[in-house]
Design a protein around this ligand. Structure first.
Ligand SMILES: NC(=O)c1ccc[n+]([C@@H]2O[C@H](COP(=O)([O-])OP(=O)(O)OC[C@H]3O[C@@H](n4cnc5c(N)ncnc54)[C@H](O)[C@@H]3O)[C@@H](O)[C@H]2O)c1
Ligand SMILES: O=C(O)C(=O)C[C@]1(C(=O)O)C=C[C@@H](O)C=C1
Length: 304
């Protein structure tokens, strides 16, 4: 694979940045990597594990001379970081990000970007509940999607090069309008996380009543909820603060459906419950038949 960029700068050195750095190294995609993080402790760890070729004390230093800059901080921190790096960006550089919300990043970062750079927001649909520079692994993006939301008039060559770097680290790439991205992710990621947080909170309240039984007898579904609910609080606070309208819209629909199911249970309306669960099972089967569940085991068809 040919090298696509001469110097990539990561601002923020957590799960996503560390995974990208490791995957770029695996693919031999870039000549040099630099990175910085807000805390001295994170910078020290990144240096110790040689995550990037050069760790700098400030974001301004990290981006100097970089032809690709990747903002890997929580969505609520993007504007301040953009303001800090703007005067130091190289002519012709591409600036992208990995934030989980796209319209807010577009609005927060875009106005700070000088005319001589290409600003192309992005979001890899891959992650874990772990954070920090030691959490990354090179395979994180393999067979996952990355969505890019280039503003109107984005330079085609810059978009092509960024697409190829994501493909080089294992991802498939799609282009989307930022508002549409936010609505899709409200359904597939943001609201499900909120539900997991809520369910684990409910179980924790209950635990006081039932002693340790909730944890002791946790079934697989609930264990998955606890994994999701262990995700980074700052990241998820920012997701809900910045994707407010779409998550409130989906949450409204969710509570309507939940009330309908609650009523069916109270009334003993087995037909309603059965029809509902039949419909949702068909959705899962459709996903597997379309080959879109990359996490599904090979025996997915016979095991469904
Ligand atoms: N974790 C996931 O599953 C996941 C998946 C896809 C995208 N994302 C997005 O990627 C971005 C980074 O997430 P992550 O999981 O790598 O987080 P992380 O917590 O592992 O790392 C975040 C980094 O940002 C730095 N940081 C935090 N607050 C800052 C601030 N106010 N100013 C400057 N730096 C700050 C931290 O020091 C750290 O280096 C977020 O925008 C998140 O929405 C996360
Ligand atoms: O597996 C997980 O830990 C995740 O939740 C990752 C996940 C997701 O919802 O799929 C979470 C947020 C991101 O913006 C992208 C990916």
């Amino acid at each position: 694979m040919t090298q696509l960029y001469q110097r990539v700068a990561f601002v923020g050195l957590g799960l996503i940045a560390s995974s990208m750095a490791l995957a770029m190294r695996r693919g031999g995609l870039v000549a040099e990597t630099t990175g910085t993080a807000r805390s001295a402790e994170t910078r020290a760890i990144a240096t110790e594990i040689a995550l990037v070729d050069r760790v700098t004390d400030t974001a301004a230093q990290a981006v100097q001379g970089a032809d690709l800059v990747v903002l890997c901080v929580p969505v609520g921190a993007m504007a301040a970081v953009a303001a800090e790096i703007a005067p130091h960006l190289a002519r012709g550089a591409t600036v992208t990000d990995v934030g989980s919300v796209k319209q807010a990043v577009n609005d927060a970062v875009g106005p700070h970007m000088p005319d001589h750079v290409h600003f192309i927001p992005g979001h890899p649909l891959a992650g874990t509940e772990h954070s920090g520079p030691r959490a990354g692994f090179a395979e994180l993006f393999d067979n996952r999607w990355t969505i890019l939301t280039p503003p109107d008039g984005t330079d085609a060559d810059a978009l092509d090069r960024l697409t190829r770097v994501w493909q080089g680290i294992g991802a498939q790439v799609d282009v989307m309008d930022p508002a549409h991205h936010d609505l899709v992710l409200a359904v597939t990621s943001h609201t499900p996380h909120l539900i997991a947080y809520t369910m684990v909170g409910v179980a924790d309240d209950l635990r006081r009543v039932t002693d340790s039984e909730v944890i002791k007898y946790s079934a697989a579904g609930f264990r998955d909820f606890t994994r999701i609910a262990a995700s980074d609080p700052t990241m998820w606070r920012d997701v809900f603060l910045t994707n407010k309208d779409a998550t409130l819209e989906i949450l409204g629909r969710f509570t309507e459906e939940l009330f309908a199911l609650q009523r069916a249970i109270r009334r003993g309306d087995g037909d309603h419950l059965h029809a509902y669960f039949t419909r949702t099972r068909a959705i899962r089967r459709g996903i597997i038949d379309a080959g879109q569940d990359t996490d599904a085991p090979d025996f997915g068809r016979s095991n469904r």
